[in-house]
Design a binder for this molecule. Structure first.
Ligand code: 5GP
Ligand code: ZN
Length: 115
């Protein structure tokens, strides 16, 4: 846990968020600045700075995050239509919140279009 971490504050209930899923290991809530009709963040309760900081013991947790994303996508009704799962890694990869999170994006009306 890191005191100045926004996602730790959300997980502890110190900062509000629109949760769609919670269990002992993982939570998911709506992104405050969505880039898709459905844009959720799937976040481990454990504070891990970035994918680069994962340790051997975190391997199961990563699997859990992806598995829950799949379940949440189904619950949100976008399992069949499809979705994106994205980990941004470090500043060069677009990471701004340094607590590991998986972006779950989907719900485009006519599917995702490559620009
Ligand atoms: P990153 O760029 O680090 O991969 O993604 C961080 C994401 O967290 C961004 O999409 C941003 O909109 C979202 N975000 C940042 N601060 C908050 C917040 O306080 N609440 C919520 N719900 N999302 C946030
Ligand atoms: Zn944190």
């Amino acid at each position: 846990m890191a005191g100045d971490c926004i996602f730790c504050q959300i997980i502890k209930g110190e900062k509000p968020a629109d949760f769609v899923y919670k269990d002992d290991a993982v939570v998911a809530f709506k992104d405050i600045n969505p880039h898709a009709p459905i844009h959720l963040l799937v976040v481990p309760r454990k504070h891990i700075r970035s994918i680069n900081d994962l340790e051997e013991e975190d391997r199961g947790l990563v699997a859990e995050i992806i598995y829950r994303a799949r379940q949440i996508a189904q619950e949100q009704g976008i399992g069949k239509s499809g979705y994106k799962l994205v980990f941004n890694v470090e500043r060069g990869g677009g990471q701004y919140v340094f607590h590991v999170h998986l972006h779950l994006l989907g719900g485009w009306k006519n599917g995702w279009k490559k620009k």
